[in-house]
Design a protein around this ligand. Structure first.
Ligand code: HAM
Length: 435
Protein backbone atom coordinates (compact mmCIF):
# COMPACT_ATOMS: atom_id res chain seq x y z
CA UNK A 1 0.00 0.00 0.00
CA UNK A 2 1.37 3.41 -0.91
CA UNK A 3 2.08 5.54 2.17
CA UNK A 4 -0.46 8.26 2.74
CA UNK A 5 2.12 10.98 3.26
CA UNK A 6 5.36 11.84 1.60
CA UNK A 7 7.91 14.53 2.45
CA UNK A 8 6.79 17.76 0.70
CA UNK A 9 8.21 18.36 -2.78
CA UNK A 10 11.71 19.76 -2.59
CA UNK A 11 12.35 18.41 0.91
CA UNK A 12 13.73 15.08 2.00
CA UNK A 13 14.59 12.95 4.97
CA UNK A 14 18.22 12.40 5.84
CA UNK A 15 18.37 8.82 6.97
CA UNK A 16 20.96 6.84 8.90
CA UNK A 17 23.56 5.88 6.33
CA UNK A 18 23.50 9.33 4.75
CA UNK A 19 23.43 11.30 7.98
CA UNK A 20 26.94 10.20 8.96
CA UNK A 21 28.27 12.01 5.91
CA UNK A 22 26.42 15.16 7.02
CA UNK A 23 27.71 14.85 10.55
CA UNK A 24 31.26 14.52 9.26
CA UNK A 25 30.86 17.58 7.02
CA UNK A 26 29.36 19.59 9.90
CA UNK A 27 32.00 18.46 12.37
CA UNK A 28 34.85 19.42 10.02
CA UNK A 29 33.20 22.80 9.32
CA UNK A 30 32.74 23.55 13.00
CA UNK A 31 36.45 22.84 13.54
CA UNK A 32 37.52 25.27 10.80
CA UNK A 33 35.29 28.20 11.81
CA UNK A 34 36.22 27.81 15.44
CA UNK A 35 39.94 27.77 14.69
CA UNK A 36 39.36 31.03 12.81
CA UNK A 37 37.86 32.43 16.02
CA UNK A 38 34.26 32.79 14.77
CA UNK A 39 31.47 32.37 17.32
CA UNK A 40 28.24 30.57 16.63
CA UNK A 41 24.93 32.40 16.44
CA UNK A 42 21.48 30.78 16.06
CA UNK A 43 18.58 32.85 14.86
CA UNK A 44 14.94 31.80 14.30
CA UNK A 45 13.95 29.82 11.24
CA UNK A 46 11.18 32.35 10.56
CA UNK A 47 11.27 36.13 10.77
CA UNK A 48 9.10 39.07 9.75
CA UNK A 49 8.56 38.88 5.99
CA UNK A 50 9.54 42.53 5.79
CA UNK A 51 13.08 41.78 7.04
CA UNK A 52 13.82 39.70 3.95
CA UNK A 53 11.92 41.94 1.54
CA UNK A 54 13.92 44.94 2.75
CA UNK A 55 17.33 43.26 2.60
CA UNK A 56 17.27 40.68 -0.23
CA UNK A 57 15.48 43.22 -2.44
CA UNK A 58 11.86 43.47 -3.60
CA UNK A 59 12.82 42.61 -7.16
CA UNK A 60 15.10 39.67 -6.32
CA UNK A 61 13.99 36.15 -7.28
CA UNK A 62 14.22 35.17 -3.64
CA UNK A 63 11.53 37.67 -2.66
CA UNK A 64 9.49 37.63 -5.87
CA UNK A 65 9.24 33.92 -6.46
CA UNK A 66 10.87 31.88 -3.73
CA UNK A 67 9.62 33.04 -0.36
CA UNK A 68 7.66 30.81 1.98
CA UNK A 69 5.47 33.60 3.28
CA UNK A 70 2.66 32.96 5.75
CA UNK A 71 0.44 34.53 8.35
CA UNK A 72 0.39 33.05 11.83
CA UNK A 73 -2.77 32.86 13.92
CA UNK A 74 -2.01 36.34 15.25
CA UNK A 75 -2.04 37.59 11.64
CA UNK A 76 1.65 38.42 11.64
CA UNK A 77 3.27 38.56 8.21
CA UNK A 78 6.12 36.04 8.48
CA UNK A 79 8.44 34.10 6.21
CA UNK A 80 10.65 31.04 6.52
CA UNK A 81 14.19 32.34 6.19
CA UNK A 82 15.58 32.05 2.66
CA UNK A 83 19.09 32.90 3.89
CA UNK A 84 20.93 33.69 7.11
CA UNK A 85 22.56 37.11 6.79
CA UNK A 86 19.42 39.21 7.35
CA UNK A 87 18.57 37.37 10.58
CA UNK A 88 22.15 37.68 11.87
CA UNK A 89 22.14 41.43 11.22
CA UNK A 90 18.72 41.81 12.82
CA UNK A 91 20.00 39.99 15.93
CA UNK A 92 23.20 42.07 15.94
CA UNK A 93 21.11 45.23 16.12
CA UNK A 94 18.42 43.93 18.43
CA UNK A 95 20.96 42.86 21.06
CA UNK A 96 23.15 45.94 20.75
CA UNK A 97 26.15 43.78 19.88
CA UNK A 98 28.00 46.87 18.67
CA UNK A 99 28.30 47.80 22.36
CA UNK A 100 30.18 44.55 23.09
CA UNK A 101 33.13 44.92 20.77
CA UNK A 102 33.76 46.67 17.51
CA UNK A 103 34.27 43.65 15.29
CA UNK A 104 32.15 40.51 15.52
CA UNK A 105 33.07 37.30 13.77
CA UNK A 106 30.00 35.06 13.66
CA UNK A 107 29.00 31.78 12.04
CA UNK A 108 25.80 29.79 11.72
CA UNK A 109 24.48 26.57 10.32
CA UNK A 110 20.91 25.49 9.69
CA UNK A 111 18.05 24.98 7.28
CA UNK A 112 16.94 27.68 4.82
CA UNK A 113 13.84 27.66 2.61
CA UNK A 114 13.32 28.74 -0.99
CA UNK A 115 10.38 27.87 -3.19
CA UNK A 116 12.48 27.11 -6.27
CA UNK A 117 12.20 24.35 -8.84
CA UNK A 118 13.70 21.25 -7.22
CA UNK A 119 16.60 19.83 -9.21
CA UNK A 120 19.89 18.06 -8.62
CA UNK A 121 21.42 19.58 -5.49
CA UNK A 122 18.66 22.20 -5.19
CA UNK A 123 15.93 21.82 -2.65
CA UNK A 124 13.15 23.84 -1.06
CA UNK A 125 14.57 23.13 2.36
CA UNK A 126 18.35 23.14 2.21
CA UNK A 127 21.17 23.64 4.69
CA UNK A 128 23.67 26.42 4.78
CA UNK A 129 26.75 27.11 6.81
CA UNK A 130 27.77 30.74 6.78
CA UNK A 131 30.10 33.24 8.42
CA UNK A 132 29.91 37.01 8.80
CA UNK A 133 32.37 39.68 9.94
CA UNK A 134 30.44 42.69 11.16
CA UNK A 135 31.99 46.02 12.09
CA UNK A 136 34.85 46.73 9.71
CA UNK A 137 35.18 47.80 6.11
CA UNK A 138 38.84 46.79 5.96
CA UNK A 139 39.65 44.72 2.87
CA UNK A 140 41.45 42.35 5.26
CA UNK A 141 38.02 41.19 6.45
CA UNK A 142 36.99 40.29 2.89
CA UNK A 143 40.26 38.41 2.44
CA UNK A 144 39.82 36.53 5.73
CA UNK A 145 36.26 35.57 4.83
CA UNK A 146 37.36 34.26 1.43
CA UNK A 147 40.29 32.41 3.01
CA UNK A 148 37.94 30.80 5.52
CA UNK A 149 35.55 29.90 2.73
CA UNK A 150 38.33 28.22 0.71
CA UNK A 151 39.77 26.48 3.78
CA UNK A 152 36.37 25.06 4.57
CA UNK A 153 36.23 23.40 1.16
CA UNK A 154 39.83 22.23 1.48
CA UNK A 155 38.99 20.61 4.82
CA UNK A 156 36.10 18.85 3.14
CA UNK A 157 38.55 17.46 0.58
CA UNK A 158 37.85 19.90 -2.25
CA UNK A 159 41.05 21.88 -2.74
CA UNK A 160 40.68 22.78 -6.43
CA UNK A 161 37.75 25.10 -6.70
CA UNK A 162 37.63 28.39 -8.52
CA UNK A 163 36.95 31.56 -6.56
CA UNK A 164 35.27 34.11 -8.78
CA UNK A 165 35.36 37.71 -7.52
CA UNK A 166 33.96 41.00 -8.61
CA UNK A 167 33.14 44.36 -7.11
CA UNK A 168 29.57 45.61 -7.32
CA UNK A 169 30.59 49.04 -6.02
CA UNK A 170 28.11 51.33 -4.32
CA UNK A 171 24.38 51.80 -5.02
CA UNK A 172 25.33 54.90 -7.09
CA UNK A 173 27.89 53.10 -9.22
CA UNK A 174 25.37 50.31 -9.74
CA UNK A 175 22.79 52.78 -10.97
CA UNK A 176 25.33 54.20 -13.43
CA UNK A 177 26.23 50.71 -14.57
CA UNK A 178 22.55 49.80 -14.90
CA UNK A 179 22.03 52.73 -17.28
CA UNK A 180 25.06 51.68 -19.36
CA UNK A 181 23.73 48.14 -19.56
CA UNK A 182 20.31 49.31 -20.70
CA UNK A 183 21.93 51.42 -23.44
CA UNK A 184 24.12 48.56 -24.56
CA UNK A 185 21.64 45.69 -24.30
CA UNK A 186 18.66 47.69 -25.61
CA UNK A 187 19.51 47.24 -29.30
CA UNK A 188 20.13 43.47 -28.86
CA UNK A 189 17.27 42.82 -26.46
CA UNK A 190 15.55 40.34 -28.78
CA UNK A 191 18.52 37.98 -28.28
CA UNK A 192 17.69 37.86 -24.57
CA UNK A 193 15.20 35.58 -22.81
CA UNK A 194 11.78 37.05 -21.91
CA UNK A 195 12.84 37.00 -18.25
CA UNK A 196 15.94 39.06 -19.00
CA UNK A 197 14.00 41.46 -21.21
CA UNK A 198 11.77 42.13 -18.24
CA UNK A 199 14.75 42.51 -15.93
CA UNK A 200 16.29 45.01 -18.27
CA UNK A 201 13.45 47.30 -17.26
CA UNK A 202 13.19 46.52 -13.55
CA UNK A 203 16.76 45.73 -12.46
CA UNK A 204 19.20 45.56 -15.40
CA UNK A 205 22.11 44.09 -13.39
CA UNK A 206 20.03 40.97 -12.84
CA UNK A 207 20.38 40.18 -16.54
CA UNK A 208 23.97 39.24 -15.70
CA UNK A 209 22.72 36.84 -13.04
CA UNK A 210 20.78 34.76 -15.57
CA UNK A 211 20.54 31.03 -14.94
CA UNK A 212 19.78 30.32 -18.61
CA UNK A 213 22.85 28.45 -19.97
CA UNK A 214 22.54 29.89 -23.52
CA UNK A 215 22.31 33.36 -22.17
CA UNK A 216 25.21 32.74 -19.81
CA UNK A 217 27.29 31.65 -22.79
CA UNK A 218 26.27 34.74 -24.72
CA UNK A 219 27.32 37.00 -21.88
CA UNK A 220 30.33 35.08 -20.68
CA UNK A 221 32.38 32.76 -22.78
CA UNK A 222 31.29 33.80 -26.27
CA UNK A 223 31.82 36.97 -25.14
CA UNK A 224 30.07 40.18 -24.73
CA UNK A 225 31.58 40.63 -21.29
CA UNK A 226 34.82 38.74 -21.80
CA UNK A 227 35.67 40.54 -25.04
CA UNK A 228 35.28 43.83 -23.26
CA UNK A 229 32.66 44.94 -25.80
CA UNK A 230 29.99 45.26 -23.17
CA UNK A 231 30.46 47.76 -20.33
CA UNK A 232 31.87 46.25 -17.15
CA UNK A 233 31.12 47.13 -13.56
CA UNK A 234 34.78 47.48 -12.75
CA UNK A 235 35.06 50.37 -15.23
CA UNK A 236 32.49 52.50 -13.43
CA UNK A 237 33.60 51.88 -9.83
CA UNK A 238 34.13 54.90 -7.61
CA UNK A 239 37.72 55.45 -6.43
CA UNK A 240 37.25 54.02 -2.93
CA UNK A 241 35.55 50.87 -4.20
CA UNK A 242 38.29 50.41 -6.78
CA UNK A 243 41.01 50.76 -4.12
CA UNK A 244 39.14 48.35 -1.90
CA UNK A 245 38.83 45.82 -4.71
CA UNK A 246 42.53 46.08 -5.58
CA UNK A 247 43.43 45.54 -1.91
CA UNK A 248 41.21 42.44 -1.75
CA UNK A 249 42.79 41.03 -4.93
CA UNK A 250 46.28 41.74 -3.57
CA UNK A 251 45.38 40.04 -0.28
CA UNK A 252 44.16 36.93 -2.09
CA UNK A 253 47.30 36.82 -4.20
CA UNK A 254 49.46 37.17 -1.11
CA UNK A 255 47.74 34.21 0.54
CA UNK A 256 48.11 32.17 -2.65
CA UNK A 257 44.34 31.80 -3.08
CA UNK A 258 43.63 31.16 -6.77
CA UNK A 259 40.93 33.54 -7.99
CA UNK A 260 39.61 35.07 -11.17
CA UNK A 261 37.67 38.25 -11.80
CA UNK A 262 34.20 37.46 -13.07
CA UNK A 263 32.76 40.64 -14.58
CA UNK A 264 29.31 39.09 -14.75
CA UNK A 265 29.15 38.23 -11.06
CA UNK A 266 26.41 40.34 -9.45
CA UNK A 267 24.80 37.81 -7.04
CA UNK A 268 21.10 37.26 -6.56
CA UNK A 269 20.52 39.30 -3.42
CA UNK A 270 20.30 43.08 -3.41
CA UNK A 271 22.26 43.89 -0.27
CA UNK A 272 25.74 43.55 -1.73
CA UNK A 273 28.20 46.42 -1.98
CA UNK A 274 31.78 46.24 -3.24
CA UNK A 275 33.18 42.69 -3.00
CA UNK A 276 31.07 39.83 -4.34
CA UNK A 277 32.39 36.30 -4.74
CA UNK A 278 31.39 32.72 -5.46
CA UNK A 279 33.06 29.35 -5.36
CA UNK A 280 32.36 27.11 -8.31
CA UNK A 281 32.84 23.51 -9.12
CA UNK A 282 32.58 23.79 -12.89
CA UNK A 283 31.94 20.06 -13.25
CA UNK A 284 28.43 20.66 -11.84
CA UNK A 285 27.29 22.51 -14.97
CA UNK A 286 25.00 25.53 -14.86
CA UNK A 287 24.28 25.16 -11.14
CA UNK A 288 27.95 25.03 -10.25
CA UNK A 289 28.00 27.49 -7.34
CA UNK A 290 28.84 25.75 -4.09
CA UNK A 291 28.63 28.97 -2.16
CA UNK A 292 28.95 32.69 -2.32
CA UNK A 293 28.94 35.92 -0.45
CA UNK A 294 30.22 39.42 -0.32
CA UNK A 295 30.14 42.74 1.44
CA UNK A 296 26.91 44.37 2.60
CA UNK A 297 27.89 47.75 4.01
CA UNK A 298 24.37 49.22 3.79
CA UNK A 299 22.35 46.34 5.20
CA UNK A 300 22.38 47.17 8.91
CA UNK A 301 21.56 50.78 8.15
CA UNK A 302 18.64 49.63 6.02
CA UNK A 303 17.35 47.84 9.12
CA UNK A 304 17.35 51.12 11.03
CA UNK A 305 20.78 50.77 12.65
CA UNK A 306 23.86 52.94 12.43
CA UNK A 307 25.98 52.61 9.32
CA UNK A 308 27.84 49.32 9.97
CA UNK A 309 29.87 47.43 7.39
CA UNK A 310 29.78 43.65 7.05
CA UNK A 311 31.07 40.88 4.86
CA UNK A 312 30.29 37.17 4.78
CA UNK A 313 29.60 34.01 2.86
CA UNK A 314 27.41 31.01 3.00
CA UNK A 315 27.56 27.69 1.34
CA UNK A 316 24.92 25.09 0.73
CA UNK A 317 25.68 21.85 2.48
CA UNK A 318 23.35 19.77 0.29
CA UNK A 319 25.43 20.18 -2.82
CA UNK A 320 28.68 19.84 -0.90
CA UNK A 321 27.59 16.54 0.62
CA UNK A 322 26.42 15.38 -2.80
CA UNK A 323 29.75 16.22 -4.44
CA UNK A 324 31.64 14.55 -1.60
CA UNK A 325 29.50 11.46 -1.96
CA UNK A 326 30.04 11.29 -5.71
CA UNK A 327 33.76 11.53 -5.12
CA UNK A 328 33.62 9.09 -2.25
CA UNK A 329 35.40 11.61 -0.08
CA UNK A 330 33.34 11.66 3.08
CA UNK A 331 32.92 9.19 5.87
CA UNK A 332 30.67 6.22 5.37
CA UNK A 333 28.16 4.78 7.79
CA UNK A 334 29.37 4.45 11.34
CA UNK A 335 29.65 0.94 12.68
CA UNK A 336 29.70 -0.35 16.22
CA UNK A 337 33.13 -1.29 17.46
CA UNK A 338 31.93 -4.20 19.54
CA UNK A 339 28.96 -6.56 19.59
CA UNK A 340 28.19 -8.01 23.00
CA UNK A 341 26.48 -11.39 22.90
CA UNK A 342 25.04 -13.08 25.99
CA UNK A 343 23.39 -16.33 27.05
CA UNK A 344 20.42 -16.78 29.36
CA UNK A 345 22.60 -16.96 32.47
CA UNK A 346 24.61 -13.83 31.61
CA UNK A 347 21.95 -11.62 30.05
CA UNK A 348 21.46 -9.34 33.05
CA UNK A 349 25.19 -8.94 33.63
CA UNK A 350 25.56 -8.22 29.92
CA UNK A 351 23.10 -5.33 30.11
CA UNK A 352 24.99 -3.77 33.03
CA UNK A 353 28.32 -4.30 31.33
CA UNK A 354 27.05 -2.80 28.05
CA UNK A 355 25.82 0.30 29.82
CA UNK A 356 29.20 0.73 31.46
CA UNK A 357 31.16 0.08 28.24
CA UNK A 358 29.00 2.53 26.27
CA UNK A 359 30.61 5.36 28.21
CA UNK A 360 33.68 4.67 26.13
CA UNK A 361 32.87 2.42 23.18
CA UNK A 362 30.23 2.05 20.48
CA UNK A 363 28.42 -1.15 21.39
CA UNK A 364 25.66 -3.12 19.72
CA UNK A 365 23.61 -5.59 21.70
CA UNK A 366 20.50 -7.71 21.15
CA UNK A 367 17.23 -6.12 22.35
CA UNK A 368 15.00 -9.13 21.86
CA UNK A 369 16.30 -11.85 24.19
CA UNK A 370 17.21 -14.04 21.21
CA UNK A 371 19.29 -17.18 21.22
CA UNK A 372 23.05 -17.21 20.70
CA UNK A 373 22.99 -18.14 17.01
CA UNK A 374 20.68 -15.21 16.17
CA UNK A 375 23.02 -12.91 18.09
CA UNK A 376 26.04 -14.27 16.20
CA UNK A 377 24.32 -13.57 12.91
CA UNK A 378 23.40 -10.07 14.03
CA UNK A 379 27.01 -9.46 15.12
CA UNK A 380 28.22 -10.36 11.64
CA UNK A 381 25.68 -8.05 9.99
CA UNK A 382 26.34 -5.15 12.34
CA UNK A 383 29.80 -4.54 10.92
CA UNK A 384 31.36 -4.65 14.41
CA UNK A 385 35.06 -5.36 14.53
CA UNK A 386 34.90 -7.36 17.77
CA UNK A 387 32.54 -9.79 19.43
CA UNK A 388 32.51 -10.00 23.20
CA UNK A 389 30.83 -13.26 24.17
CA UNK A 390 29.63 -13.70 27.72
CA UNK A 391 29.29 -17.50 27.89
CA UNK A 392 27.80 -18.95 31.09
CA UNK A 393 30.73 -21.26 31.85
CA UNK A 394 33.41 -18.64 31.25
CA UNK A 395 31.52 -15.99 33.16
CA UNK A 396 31.34 -18.24 36.24
CA UNK A 397 35.12 -18.62 36.03
CA UNK A 398 35.48 -14.81 35.84
CA UNK A 399 36.21 -14.78 32.10
CA UNK A 400 34.75 -13.78 28.74
CA UNK A 401 35.64 -14.53 25.12
CA UNK A 402 36.81 -11.82 22.75
CA UNK A 403 36.69 -12.65 19.04
CA UNK A 404 38.17 -10.67 16.18
CA UNK A 405 35.29 -10.75 13.68
CA UNK A 406 37.67 -10.04 10.83
CA UNK A 407 40.14 -12.89 11.31
CA UNK A 408 37.96 -15.17 13.45
CA UNK A 409 40.73 -15.47 16.07
CA UNK A 410 39.57 -15.48 19.64
CA UNK A 411 40.94 -15.60 23.14
CA UNK A 412 39.72 -15.73 26.67
CA UNK A 413 40.14 -12.62 28.79
CA UNK A 414 39.59 -11.90 32.49
CA UNK A 415 36.26 -10.26 33.35
CA UNK A 416 37.87 -7.41 35.24
CA UNK A 417 40.19 -6.70 32.30
CA UNK A 418 37.44 -6.36 29.68
CA UNK A 419 37.51 -2.58 29.46
CA UNK A 420 41.32 -2.38 29.26
CA UNK A 421 41.50 -5.14 26.66
CA UNK A 422 38.86 -3.44 24.51
CA UNK A 423 40.63 -0.14 24.96
CA UNK A 424 43.92 -1.40 23.53
CA UNK A 425 42.23 -3.31 20.70
CA UNK A 426 39.90 -0.58 19.53
CA UNK A 427 42.24 2.36 19.83
CA UNK A 428 43.15 2.14 16.16
CA UNK A 429 39.63 1.65 14.89
CA UNK A 430 38.36 4.48 17.16
CA UNK A 431 35.13 4.22 19.07
CA UNK A 432 32.98 4.84 15.98
CA UNK A 433 34.68 2.02 14.12
CA UNK A 434 34.81 3.97 10.86
CA UNK A 435 38.11 5.82 10.98
P1 HAM B 1 23.21 32.67 -1.84
O1 HAM B 1 24.15 32.71 -3.00
O2 HAM B 1 21.81 33.03 -2.10
O3 HAM B 1 23.82 33.59 -0.71
O4 HAM B 1 23.25 31.21 -1.25
C1 HAM B 1 24.49 30.64 -0.86
C2 HAM B 1 24.55 29.18 -1.23
O5 HAM B 1 23.42 28.48 -0.71
C3 HAM B 1 24.48 28.89 -2.73
O6 HAM B 1 25.71 29.09 -3.34
C4 HAM B 1 24.09 27.43 -2.72
O7 HAM B 1 25.22 26.62 -2.44
C5 HAM B 1 23.16 27.35 -1.54
N1 HAM B 1 21.77 27.36 -1.98
C6 HAM B 1 20.99 28.41 -2.32
N2 HAM B 1 19.76 28.00 -2.68
C7 HAM B 1 19.75 26.65 -2.59
C8 HAM B 1 18.79 25.62 -2.83
N3 HAM B 1 17.55 25.90 -3.22
N4 HAM B 1 19.15 24.33 -2.62
C9 HAM B 1 20.40 24.02 -2.22
N5 HAM B 1 21.35 24.94 -1.96
C10 HAM B 1 21.05 26.23 -2.15
C11 HAM B 1 23.29 33.75 0.54
O8 HAM B 1 22.44 33.05 0.99
C12 HAM B 1 23.95 34.84 1.34
N6 HAM B 1 23.31 34.90 2.67
C13 HAM B 1 25.43 34.62 1.47
C14 HAM B 1 26.09 35.67 2.28
C15 HAM B 1 26.46 35.62 3.59
N7 HAM B 1 26.41 36.88 1.85
C16 HAM B 1 26.95 37.57 2.84
N8 HAM B 1 26.97 36.81 3.90
Amino acid sequence: MAPRHQAPRGTRDLLPGEIERWQRVEELARGVVERYGYREIRTPIFEDYELFARTSGESSDVVQKEMYRFQDLGERDLALRPEGTAGVCRAYLEHGMAGHGRIHRLWYMGPMFRYGRPQKGRFRQFWQIGAEVIGTEAPGADVEIIALFVDLFATWGMPDLTVAVNSVGTPESRRTYGRLLVDWLGPVRDKLSPDSQRRLETNPLRVLDTKDPDEQALLQSEGWLASGAMPRMIDVLDDDSRKHFDAVLAGLTQLGIPHEIDHGLVRGLDYYTRTAFEVHDRSLGAQSALGGGGRYDGLIEALGGPSTPGVGFSTGLDRTVMVLEERKLAAGASKPAIYVAAMDGTRNEALMLVRQLRRRFTIDVDLEVRGLSAQMKAAGKSGAAWLLLLGEEEWKKGEAVLRDLGSGEQRTIARDRIEDELGTRTEFTATRGNA
